[in-house]
Write a protein that binds this ligand. Sequence first.
Ligand SMILES: Cc1cc2nc3c(=O)[nH]c(=O)nc-3n(C[C@H](O)[C@H](O)[C@H](O)COP(=O)(O)O)c2cc1C
Length: 329
Amino acid sequence: MSVGLGRIFLDPPVFLAPMAGISDRPFREIAERFGAGLVVSEMVASADMLHDKPSARTRASLGLGRARTAVQLAGREPAPMAEAARRLEAEGTPVIDINFGCPAKKVTGGLSGAALMREPARALRIIEAVVAAVAVPVTLKMRLGWDDDSRNAPAIARLAEAAGVRMLTVHGRTRCQFYAGRADWSAIRAVRDSVRIPVVANGDITDAATARAALARSGAQAVMVGRGARGRPWILGQIAAALAGRPAPAAPRGPELRALVAAHYDAMLAFYGRETGQKVARKHLGWYLDEAGAAPAFRAMLLRSEEPAAVLRALERPWPAAVPDEAAA
Ligand SMILES: Cc1cc2nc3c(=O)[nH]c(=O)nc-3n(C[C@H](O)[C@H](O)[C@H](O)COP(=O)(O)O)c2cc1C
């Protein structure tokens, strides 16, 4: 099973979702190593890209998994979106994704992200401008619509396909739901039935069972995993194996897990520098330690530490496990 985007084949059809503050280059590299067919960057505001803001450069930077990386652009002005896409392409970005899904007020308040689903004419102008600007495949990520009274994802999907978008990801919630309730995978089927380009199901997919259910209900060709990969990026490879009917590779444990987390920690510090690196690393460490059932006192000590060498030393030794009472607390 693979998804074709022109000459690019995304195999397996299990992708890492764009997540601001999470799907940065170090994390994408790990997800790609564990077998993601595509990894998507944090959203990059087109204006920030054009102003050469360091944060935009950081977000758009391609890593070892560059061949399987999509960089996501957000913005509401067609010309700057097109220019930002051109720059990304010149830097070797193989796939450009447009964000029509972000529900955050900071983004919809600037009337981009999911807000663009309420403005189909503008949405179309943005898509047309970006597609015309680059030769690499352009993809689009959206929600089911703004709210329950305007679930217009199928209509946007048809516009996008006609304008040359090569793949659509649909998070099975409306903007007004934010992250509440359950993602409605069945509702993604209306998008699938409206277009011929590949559709990717997203929302609440966390393991092989939810991936299978999302594919069955939506009819989508691929799945995209976001929050379910925090602290457990190997889940992407496990889902991919299950979908291909192969035995799932075991999750890393013991020394293998400790080496992975230590290497990820190191990579974050090297990528961001010490201060920002520690801030970003604390989030990921917390997720890894929670996933591993580490003792809360150990977790707190690691997350408070200001001393990277001490954190690395502690990560490399066996992690004390939470006793059942602590785990329940
Ligand atoms: C912290 C966080 C940041 C996110 N940032 C982005 C983003 O930059 N671009 C985007 O299209 N979606 C973003 N999303 C949405 C995810 O890509 C995904 O659609 C959503 O989390 C549902 O999938 P999940 O249930 O697998 O997490 C973000 C989600 C989270 C939790």
